[in-house]
Design a protein around this ligand. Structure first.
Ligand SMILES: C[S@@+](CC[C@H](N)C(=O)[O-])C[C@H]1O[C@@H](n2cnc3c(N)ncnc32)[C@H](O)[C@@H]1O
Length: 256
């Protein structure tokens, strides 16, 4: 997919969306700048992850790295980051961003999560940040004791605080989106990672993160383009420039 001209996502027809309109992979590859502006929740996820794991001596693989948000944040603490994605336009966007910021410890290459272009036992950690996982491939490229990490919003509120508004549902207590809502921790068995062999249980961390945007108008434009008019109206009527997410980080250590 060829990237559209920067900023062109701002001109669109909400009532007659073109195919792919609400598909994230399509949108991010067509409008990488839009995805990059939107993906602030990734900063919250990686910042939290840095409080849990010390990556300073680790070689990390970021699968489905997109426009580079997750890799850029990881690179601030990790020894080295390899980033992969399958859409050339987001890879190009990410590479430009990494170069613009003068980051030296990220190598961004084409790579399909289902056939990662790396040898067995290559990495200390594999990360799927807001990306579809392939646990078996992650297991293959991880070293013994390496970390498998999956992070995104909690599954029951995949669009963050506007999930119920968008879907007309009542699937969570709205209080979980208050910044004061407490963190939660639990452990689960390896079935959450398709039963790949693990050293112990899977650690599951839940926390609330408020993505802060430049202005109410900017946030409304971004979510309007991504989720449609209801989302735009939600932030405009509240005059709100933050977007709250209840996030979840799952961490296991593989046994080889
Ligand atoms: C929602 S984005 C996440 C980007 C980034 N990790 C972040 O946290 O902001 C998901 C990414 O997965 C990529 N993707 C889709 N199919 C893939 C595949 N088979 N292998 C690798 N990446 C893929 C998409 O192109 C997209 O950039």
């Amino acid at each position: 997919m060829k990237a559209a001209e920067k900023g062109s996502w701002r001109i669109y027809d909400e009532e007659n969306p073109i195919p792919g309109y609400f598909e994230f992979d399509w949108l991010s590859s067509r409008f990488p700048d839009l995805y990059h502006e939107f993906a602030i929740s990734t900063i919250g996820l990686v910042n939290k992850l840095h409080t849990i794991i010390d990556f300073s001596e680790m070689h990390v693989l970021d699968v489905g790295a997109g426009t580079g948000r997750s890799s850029i944040e990881l690179s601030k603490r990790a020894k080295k980051v390899n980033s992969t994605d399958v859409y050339r336009s987001v890879i190009n966007f990410g590479k430009n961003e990494i170069q613009r910021l003068g980051i030296q410890n990220i190598e961004y290459t084409y790579g399909d999560r289902d056939k990662l272009p790396f040898a067995d036992n290559s990495f200390d950690a594999v990360i799927f940040s807001w990306a579809e996982p392939n646990y078996i491939e992650a297991y293959r490229v991880l070293k013994n004791n390496g970390y498998i990490i999956q992070m995104a919003s909690i599954p029951e509120a995949i669009c963050g605080e506007i999930t119920d508004v968008l879907h007309g549902t009542n699937s969570y207590d709205q209080k979980i989106f208050l910044s004061s809502y407490p963190d939660e921790f639990e452990q689960r068995d390896n079935t959450v990672f398709s039963s790949i062999p693990l050293v112990g249980l899977v650690d599951v961390h839940r926390f609330t993160y408020l993505s802060k945007y430049k202005s109410v108008e900017e946030l409304a434009s971004i979510v309007g383009r991504l989720y449609g008019p209801k989302a735009k109206e939600y932030f405009t009527t509240r005059k709100q420039d933050t977007y709250s997410w209840r996030n979840e980080i799952r961490i296991g250590q593989v046994l080889k």
